[in-house]
Design a protein around this ligand. Sequence first.
Ligand SMILES: NC(=O)c1ccc[n+]([C@@H]2O[C@H](COP(=O)([O-])OP(=O)(O)OC[C@H]3O[C@@H](n4cnc5c(N)ncnc54)[C@H](O)[C@@H]3O)[C@@H](O)[C@H]2O)c1
Length: 300
Amino acid sequence: MGLLKDVTGWRRGTKLQRRLRDLTGTLVVVTGAGSGIGRETALAFAAQGAIVVVSDINLESAQDTAALINTPTQASGAEAVFGGGSHAYQVDVSDEQAVIRFAETVAAHHGVPDIVVNNAGIGFSGTFADTEQRQFERVMDINFWGVVYGCRAFTPMMIDRGTGGHVVNLSSAAAYTPQKALTAYSTSKAAVFMLSDCLRAELLPHGIGVSTICPGLVHTNILKTTEFAGTTAEEQLENQTKADNFYRKRNFTPDRVASAIVKAVRTNKAVVPVTVEAKLGRTISRLSPGSMRVGARFEI
Ligand SMILES: NC(=O)c1ccc[n+]([C@@H]2O[C@H](COP(=O)([O-])OP(=O)(O)OC[C@H]3O[C@@H](n4cnc5c(N)ncnc54)[C@H](O)[C@@H]3O)[C@@H](O)[C@H]2O)c1
């Protein structure tokens, strides 16, 4: 009896989620939308006719993103007729009360969102020994708890409304490719990965899909702000520049991740490794987890 009820709920939920194949007029919330993947994701949803609420810890950058949407001529390369416009807010996702207030403001002024993209995040490099406790906590506060707060603040109102929706959580290929020099970052992203899989099962009867995005190496501003534990200011700058140059040469742009995010929402995809290396890493981690552990010993 219980199983039958479950299956009926899953079927109803799947049908509800299908309405997001057409994104026109939907309300989309994106955190960390002042730069990189978040900004491009906001533009990509707007190009599909969505109304986009953008937030960032840096208000000015969020306002710049909103301006790109509200003044389409400014949007370089954007060919779309933008839909319902955009609104910018300042939110630090690691501040639970601020995220709750943000969700209440969005509901009061714009309505219950159809799609929430928990994108805000920071890079961090360092072995466990080099990473101070406060640094580890900061990475978890933004990359993991920020996603939890976003899910907790928005999903109850989406469930109450009863018309389904979608949550997108930004994880990373680092979630399944261990590296000794990425302990805190990989841990935060692995936590997001598992959170999203559990939540996907829980939200299915409500017609709310959950997608986990694992971008790979994408050239954004992330390396310019990435902290390298245990280094001097000079070494830090050197490492940031070196890594940023490498990502620039890799030349995978954030708009391509944004396209993958829009597709994941439309098709309700569970896990999306985006670049070739993210896909390859996922395949190897499933076929031969032992070889990933050997790879983790190298400093990359
Ligand atoms: N770029 C990559 O190669 C890559 C790879 C895997 C995963 N990711 C993930 O993708 C997401 C976006 O990264 P990106 O590459 O676009 O980086 P980015 O640095 O270009 O953009 C991140 C944005 O998040 C904002 N932000 C930082 N801390 C915040 C906070 N506490 N509250 C609110 N906003 C905050 C920043 O101001 C910035 O605008 C992150 O979660 C990142 O971990 C990126």
